[in-house]
Design a protein around this ligand. Structure first.
Ligand SMILES: Cc1cc2nc3c(=O)[nH]c(=O)nc-3n(C[C@H](O)[C@H](O)[C@H](O)COP(=O)(O)O)c2cc1C
Length: 165
């Protein structure tokens, strides 16, 4: 079984999850932006992880644009954000808004909880976060960290199972 883990990450939490997943599976790992599309041919399973900013999944176009070549592979997408993995309605809205019908049909999705460290945010993200925060009924905590190694285990189990016929 050849597996590759590709990731996008601005502040490190998605990268951390990608590293743990690759370690558990003995998979190759690349930042998505430096992975040449020709290399998809080498793998049976492709795992793509990306953070959510303002309701948008970072860099998902890189997967959407290669769906034809990914069609005969197992495809697992994980998003990372502050949204709780239990908030099912929000997560299905996130999928509906960000993923094409073809991607929703072919891929298996997971959502893992991320982290926030206000001082480390870019200027643009500080402003965006303050806008989002001011529209929330319960004020968002500007410093929080939910990143945990155990959270990757269901994804690892899904990736390590038998290849679907
Ligand atoms: C400006 C901003 C907007 C965000 N918007 C969302 C969002 O819409 N949904 C969500 O679940 N998390 C959101 N987050 C939380 C990030 O997804 C979280 O910080 C994630 O861990 C970042 O991943 P990274 O460390 O790999 O860059 C937002 C964070 C920032 C700074």
């Amino acid at each position: 079984m050849n597996t590759v883990v590709l990731y996008q990450s601005r502040y490190g939490s998605t990268k951390q999850y990608a590293e743990w997943i690759a370690e558990e599976l003995g998979a190759d790992i690349y930042p998505a932006d430096s992975f040449p599309a020709e290399k998809f041919a080498w793998y049976d399973t492709v795992i793509f992880g990306a953070p959510v900013f303002g309701g948008a999944v970072l860099g998902i176009a890189g997967i959407e644009n290669n769906l034809a070549v990914l069609q005969n592979k197992r495809l697992i997408i994980f998003t990372v954000g502050l949204t709780s993995p239990e908030a099912e309605e929000r997560l299905s809205n996130l999928a509906a808004k960000n993923f094409s019908a073809a991607l929703q049909k072919h891929a298996t999705f997971f959502h893992l909880r991320g982290a926030l460290e206000y001082q480390k945010l870019s200027f643009g993200h500080k402003i965006l976060l303050r806008m989002i925060r001011s529209s929330m009924p319960n004020k968002l905590d500007l410093n929080q960290n939910h990143v945990s190694r155990e959270a990757v285990l269901p994804l690892v189990a899904a990736a390590g199972g038998d290849f679907p016929e």
